[in-house]
Design a protein around this ligand. Structure first.
Ligand code: SAM
Ligand code: SF4
Length: 335
């Protein structure tokens, strides 16, 4: 039973309230997706990442300051040891309304039921292609059948909502957008298409050449499906459409072609305990240092979070033709 709403105390200089936090609980992953990581990655040593207890304490502070939604992500969250204990504890925070997760699906067949029991209500599962060979190429190590089995198990488990996330790259998987939507339709789930963001230096492709816009995808989908625009319901970067006559929604996350910053309601916590005020800027606060220099001092941490709102930037600037200004990869950012 959730308690009545907590006053929103995290408000930035532009009057935006932050009520949604994405927490990356590990920078490690069992995949090496070409748009997310370079082939050879150096991961953080263990002492540099937040312990599960530190993550829980921060989640509690956030919820007491009016955050009602927490997304657990990574790297791949389901490869962190004892992740289910953490999920259970966060799921029990009385002021939290929604606990959700983004996963690559590789461990879902095993964990879906326990995630449901931990009160995870929704899952975003990454799936960029339905072709096993391309899947191996795009993830550099993943196995399509294992992920499809994970998706089927999650559907059978009965989450409130399951959504596929697909990053579309020109000449790699752009020819699959209709098939991916058909897959979502057949499975009775939703799907979002994401434009690639220039986070961290990668060697596998030229990001400007691989750019495939949401508008192109939408035009292509319109040749097969009737998409009806859904009026904005939540402040967020996705533009949603309903496929006529079905329950399936199609979202478009377009950091390049559409700017969504004016309604931004979120911040991110990296695995090493950095609070990122904006995905496309480096403005951040070192919460790990605050936690470790003020052990047990919840009031201090809450004040740090309130003060941090003053440096939340107004908007992001991405330019695919230049070297990324953001040197961190998505796995350490927490997508
Ligand atoms: N490992 C989990 C997964 O893949 O779902 C969670 C973390 S992953 C960083 C979160 C999301 O970020 C995934 O949907 C992934 O496709 C997306 N992503 C990773 N790198 C990206 C990039 N450079 N641009 C846009 N989306 C990216
Ligand atoms: Fe891992 Fe997710 Fe990044 Fe792919 S997108 S490498 S699955 S963290």
């Amino acid at each position: 039973m959730r308690h009545p709403k907590q006053a929103k105390q995290l408000v930035d200089r532009f009057g935006r309230s932050v009520d949604y936090v994405r927490i990356s609980i590990t920078d490690r992953c069992d995949f090496r997706c070409v748009y997310c990581m370079s082939e050879e990655m150096t991961f953080l040593p263990r002492e540099q990442i937040l312990s599960l207890e530190e993550i829980y304490n921060l989640a509690m502070c956030f919820s007491e300051l009016g955050v009602t939604k927490i997304r657990i992500t990574g790297g791949e969250p389901l490869i962190r040891r004892n992740v289910l204990d953490l999920m259970q504890k966060i799921g029990n925070l009385p002021l939290l309304e929604e606990l959700v997760m983004t996963t690559n699906g590789s461990n879902l067949a095993e964990y879906a039921e326990q995630l449901k029991q931990a009160q995870v209500s929704r899952l975003n599962i990454s799936l960029d292609t339905l072709d096993a060979v391309k899947f191996k190429e795009l993830t550099r190590s993943g196995d399509l059948d294992t992920v499809l089995k994970g998706i089927r198990t999650a559907i059978a488990t009965g989450f409130k909502r399951i959504k596929i996330n697909a990053v579309i790259l020109k000449n790699r998987n752009h020819d699959e957008v209709i098939d991916l939507v058909q897959f979502a339709l057949d499975s009775g789930i939703d799907i979002s298409f994401i434009e690639e963001m220039p986070l961290g230096v990668i060697s596998s492709h030229n990001r400007a050449e691989a750019y495939y816009s949401s508008d192109q995808i939408r035009e292509e989908l319109a040749t097969r499906f009737t998409l009806e625009k859904i009026a904005e319901t939540t402040a967020g970067p996705s533009d949603y459409y309903q496929i006529q006559g079905t329950t399936t929604k199609v979202g478009f996350i377009s950091p390049h072609s559409h700017n969504f910053c004016s309604t931004c309601n979120r911040v991110r916590l990296t695995a090493e305990g950095r609070l990122l005020l904006c995905l496309g800027n480096e403005h951040s606060i070192d919460l790990k240092a605050e936690l470790r220099s003020h052990p047990g001092d919840t009031e201090h941490i809450k004040q740090v979070l309130i003060d941090a709102m003053d440096i939340k930037p107004e908007k992001h600037e991405f330019n695919l033709d230049e070297q990324p200004i953001i040197m961190r990869h998505m796995n350490s950012t927490g997508g």
